[in-house]
Ligand binder design. Structure first.
Ligand SMILES: [Mg+2]
Ligand SMILES: [Zn+2]
Length: 533
């Protein structure tokens, strides 16, 4: 495989723009990716049907609504190419993109973790852009935006990919870039151009993006108070929003308390109320003016809607920003450990992993534990880890066994193993297209929920590729313990392979500490450097 062979990973929520992107990818006359993964991050819904593409390996992994960071991780963990190109599902690739990408990757030195495309956001030419259009156009200058960013697989493996504690498409890209720089990698900008059209948005989009204020708290917890400077992230408007809200609260408090005060303090309080109220009005008017000034003038197409949107949201955004900041401060009040957080739970496959596989067994008397199973479970419990079983039981759908029989067998295994914290099984067959049957993520997500841990705090131990794939889709770590039924390709593609259950649980127990990564001071690191003159 040449150094420039690449995989494309697209996190998607099934927007129509995904199919437009795939069209522009398929239409490239340059080298196409050898692998394409669409990480379908919708919570539910029909399977995504992709059009036929001249790409060797095309896959859809379903990440069940865990956010773009988690979807991208499931995507890159499902490919083997040395380069992984992350594309957002709302970009379009102009002609010549694949050639330019190949040139970009070829020009990239071995100490470069990632190479970013140049984004172009087409704006209307017949009138000034709206607030939302200007916001999208801001992507053109954003450092390390993952709308089109190629990462070296080796770097993704070392850094364990995107931090899944960032729940939306916000800051997860800057976080990964900062960790790459700290680990001694460089990041470069390529010459390829990717088009990012402004997608339609409703009236409250500028209000919703305020949720990112909570993610900024996580950035600070992870990267320290200078994270904006270090990460090349522009200052936000938060200090102004905070001042606006403080003025509003102070005016309101003075009015309320003044009403209950004797006459003299009442006059003082009403002066305070007037001052604070004026400050709030001035700050709000200034915020509104700054949002309207670069936008469509009265008379231009759509100006009235834009004025209405800006007026309403300018009143609500400052308090929303403060509320989300408080929410984030509460969520991360104890700080945040480095990504990935330690393992807190071990999820075992049942048949072939904990017990010798007796196909469609409905008889507790036929349960035969794997010899080292009990000792392995004891070790896991002694390490303070939670335990679960995640087991496909399609014998139920096939009419070969009843749920009661499955329960009886599970109870017997649970007794012999000294009790596990939760049992999850899927009663469906391979053609039922449920969300729970491995390789789908469902059982791992529900086990994590039952145990009160996050999916990325789980490690799955199983004996076949479906166990590993389910773990990858769910964002859990995985260890394969091969048996006679394990295929060679499943062994080759597994992220970790252990000889037996004892070795597998030792891997889990070792992962209960903080991750060890080389860390260098950012002062020694060059900022974004140009890939080519
Ligand atoms: Mg099995
Ligand atoms: Zn199922």
């Amino acid at each position: 495989m040449s150094g420039e062979s690449y995989a494309v990973v697209i996190p998607s929520i099934g927007r129509p723009s995904l199919f437009r992107l795939l069209e522009t990818l398929a239409g490239q006359d340059g080298p196409l990716p050898v692998e394409l993964v669409v990480a379908d991050d919708r919570r539910a819904g029909d399977r995504l049907r992709l059009p036929a593409l001249a790409i060797e390996r095309v896959r859809v992994v379903r990440t069940q609504g865990r956010g773009p960071a988690a979807a991208r991780n499931a995507g890159w963990r499902s490919v083997t190419s040395p380069w992984v190109v992350f594309l957002d599902d709302d970009v379009e690739l102009p002609d010549g993109w694949a050639h330019a990408l190949t040139d970009d990757l070829r020009a990239t030195a071995s100490d470069v973790a990632g190479n970013q495309a140049r984004l172009r956001v087409p704006l209307p030419t017949h009138r000034p852009p709206t607030d939302w259009e200007r916001g999208t156009a801001g992507l053109q200058d954003a450092a390390w935006a993952t709308a089109d960013m190629a990462y070296r697989r080796e770097a993704l493996e070392q850094l364990q990919g995107f931090d899944e504690r960032f729940p939306r498409a916000y800051r997860e890209d800057a976080d990964l870039a900062l960790r790459a720089l700290r680990a001694g990698w460089r990041l470069t900008r390529g010459e390829r151009v990717t088009v990012h059209p402004v997608r339609p948005a409703d009236d409250l989009v500028s209000l919703r993006v305020q949720r990112g204020n909570a993610d900024d708290v996580l950035m600070r917890a992870l990267h320290g108070p200078d994270w904006r400077t270090d990460g090349d992230v522009p200052r936000g408007a938060f200090p102004r929003h905070l001042a606006t809200v403080a003025a509003l609260l102070s005016a309101t408090a003075s009015v309320i308390r003044g009403a209950h005060a004797p006459r003299k303090p009442r006059r003082a309080r009403s002066r305070v109320a007037l001052l604070a109220g004026s400050a709030w009005a001035l700050l709000t008017a200034d915020f509104l003016r700054r949002r309207l000034q670069p936008g469509p003038r009265p008379g231009a197409e759509g100006w009235a809607g834009e004025y209405r949107r800006m007026l309403v949201t300018s009143l609500v955004i400052p308090p929303a920003a403060v509320v989300h900041r408080i929410r984030g401060t509460w969520r991360w009040r104890h700080g945040a450990v480095a990504w990935p957080p330690p393992i807190r739970a071990v999820l075992f496959d049942r048949d072939g992993t904990l017990v010798h596989d007796e196909p469609y067994n409905g008889d507790p008397a036929k349960v035969r534990l794997v010899p080292e199973a009990r000792a392995a479970l004891d070790a896991v419990r002694a390490a303070g880890l939670r335990t679960a079983v995640v087991s496909n039981q399609s014998g139920i759908a096939r009419g070969l066994i009843t749920p009661d029989q499955v329960h009886a067998v599970n109870d017997e295994i649970d007794r012999q193993l000294g009790g596990l914290d939760t049992w999850q099984y899927c009663p469906h067959g391979p053609n039922d297209r449920c969300d729970c049957r491995k390789p789908e993520a469902g059982m791992i997500l529900s086990a994590a929920k039952a145990l009160g841990v996050e999916p990325y705090e789980c490690l799955v131990i199983g004996d076949i590729g479906a166990d590993v794939e389910a773990a990858v889709s769910a964002g859990a770590r995985a260890v394969l313990v091969p048996t006679a039924v394990t295929r060679q390709d499943e062994i080759e593609t597994a992220p970790r392979v252990a000889a037996d259950l004892t070795e597998a649980v030792q891997i889990a127990i070792r992962a209960t500490g903080p991750p060890v990564l080389p860390v260098i001071e950012l002062a020694e690191v060059t900022e974004v450097t140009e890939a080519r003159p």
